[in-house]
Design a protein around this ligand. Sequence first.
Ligand SMILES: Cc1ncc(COP(=O)(O)O)c(C=O)c1O
Length: 305
Amino acid sequence: MSIQYPPYIWQNGEMKAWADGTTHVMAHALHYGSSVFEGIRAYATPDGPRILKLTEHLERLYVSARMYDMKIGYSMSELRNACFDLLEKNQLGSAYLRPIAFRGLGAFGLGADNPVEVAIGAWEWGPYLGAEAVKQGVSACVSSWRRLAPNTIPTLAKAGGNYLSSILISREARARGCAEGIGLGVDGNISEGAGENMFLIIGGKVITPPMTASILLGITRGMAIEMAREAGYEVLEQALPREALYIADEIFMTGTAAEVTPVVEVDGKAVGDGKPGPVTRAVQERFFGVLEGRLPDSKGWLESR
Ligand SMILES: Cc1ncc(COP(=O)(O)O)c(C=O)c1O
């Protein structure tokens, strides 16, 4: 699936032609995965594009960078403005934004303190798992690959190198005919999808793996917890064994790219009655209701400049 990239990209403080958004092939990040990044969505509204939870995403970018002693030489407000400038310059309404900070060219070696480059790209990108996925739900497979073990590579940092795990999980799932792969932690409990957090509904309770389950602490996950509570459901952050996937009444995944996507089949077994269930629908209605302007944005999720 090819993507139509827009004319401009922001790099190291400058707006440039997309084709000029380059770095050197000997950049540290290319060899060692030393990048930190964000995936953010902008939604078109009658008042112009609004960026979902931009502040939280940028805060997480700085937190990820801090984990690796990377100094981002731009302030929050500079990056924030760059995101809005980029949408304007490229005349984008709804878009996916990808800020990245990475160690560039300099010395060669693992501990090299190479200068940190920063770039932001933005382009139109529909639902990650396909247009029908959000409505009909997707199939998922439990991966044979475990997620990163605690105290190996920090999963709370959204770093480039972490995504080798996600790539293995995602490619294996697709090779087996599933839309997405689910990674278990080294303890065999559910961790997360290749690029999404997991929610299981069991006996009317909404359960999601905790921070200790080798997950990225998803921003959409936080919103889903709030939305499910507002819809009147009890939400628990607790360890879930693999087999919970086969007894759950409903499952959904959350992420900036995947938004809120029902999972209707796991490892060839139907989840519940094989259709998106009422809890999933209630969370989706709130989520898309705000983003599509049908419900008031009472919490200020959609940020302007
Ligand atoms: C591994 C992983 N887990 C979870 C998520 C969901 O995080 P968020 O809701 O902040 O996009 C993502 C997406 O960024 C991810 O890559």
